[in-house]
Design a protein around this ligand. Structure first.
Ligand SMILES: [Zn+2]
Ligand SMILES: [Zn+2]
Length: 244
């Protein structure tokens, strides 16, 4: 309903550069030229967190991650070309842009190793009410259509609001999200819940990877509930200039 409405109201021009969209791209929000400006994150990278490897010594970014979180990949760098697209997804009230974002996330699909399920990073209830939708869920649903695997939106919940992460250092970011997530049904109700969770590969979905603190905390909650294999995929990755 919403996307049909957007289509009706929006002129067929690129959301980012305002060039007219061709007939072929009429259901897109971003033109091919703008999409090509998004800079892919490429190896060499840390096999686990997908961050470019430091010049000296082992990767520091993922050393404190929970064991279950085995791999995280991002599609593009969060630069001046990708940032407006993330902004549109998050604050522009344009969830339809998720299809443009997930088009470049297609190659992030982890090699299939049994049944997998997508889990969007949840928003706190208050923020969800303000925004009207969870941008990570919109991304996860778009990926689910591409990859033909299910999305689970009720498993992981956000137990508290966390202050905006933007200005925090990697260490304070971890403290900032500590205990921010919980798994529903982990303690009560279902018997064999942990066993059932361990038979799935859980793929966390978020819009931006900054230090990985949010994904690590979410993975930690899943791990405590019995998950053994957790991956993470994000559309963009922020460069951390002071972290090498
Ligand atoms: Zn454009
Ligand atoms: Zn790493």
């Amino acid at each position: 309903m919403r996307s049909a409405f957007e289509q009706l109201l929006l002129p067929a021009e690129c959301l980012l550069c305002h060039a007219l969209l061709s007939q072929r791209d009429a259901n897109r929000l971003v033109c091919p030229v703008c999409r090509q400006r998004w800079r892919p994150v490429r190896p060499p990278w840390c096999e686990r967190c997908g961050q470019p490897e430091p010049h000296f010594g082992p990767c520091r970014l993922c050393t404190d991650w929970p064991a279950a979180l085995t791999g995280v990949r991002s599609a593009v760098w969060l630069d001046q070309n990708a940032r407006p697209a993330v902004h549109a997804l998050k604050y522009g009230g344009l969830p339809r842009i998720a299809d443009d974002l997930t088009a470049v996330m297609a190659q992030l699909r982890p090699p299939s190793n049994g049944p997998s399920v997508l889990i969007p990073i949840p928003l706190a209830t208050k923020r969800l009410r303000q925004r009207g939708y969870n941008q990570s869920e919109v991304l996860a649903r778009a990926l689910a259509r591409q990859w033909r695997i299910p999305v689970l939106v009720t498993l992981l919940v956000r137990t508290r609001e966390t202050p905006t992460q933007t200005a925090l250092t990697p260490e304070t970011r971890l403290a900032n999200v500590a205990g921010a997530f919980a798994v529903r049904n982990a303690k009560c109700g279902m018997r064999n819940f942990a066993f059932r969770l361990s038979s799935f590969e859980l793929i966390l979905v978020d819009d931006v990877f900054t230090t990985g603190a949010t994904l690590a905390e979410a993975a930690s909650a899943l791990e405590q509930a019995g998950a053994t294999r957790v991956m993470g995929v994000t559309f963009a990755r922020a460069a951390i200039p002071d972290f090498t």
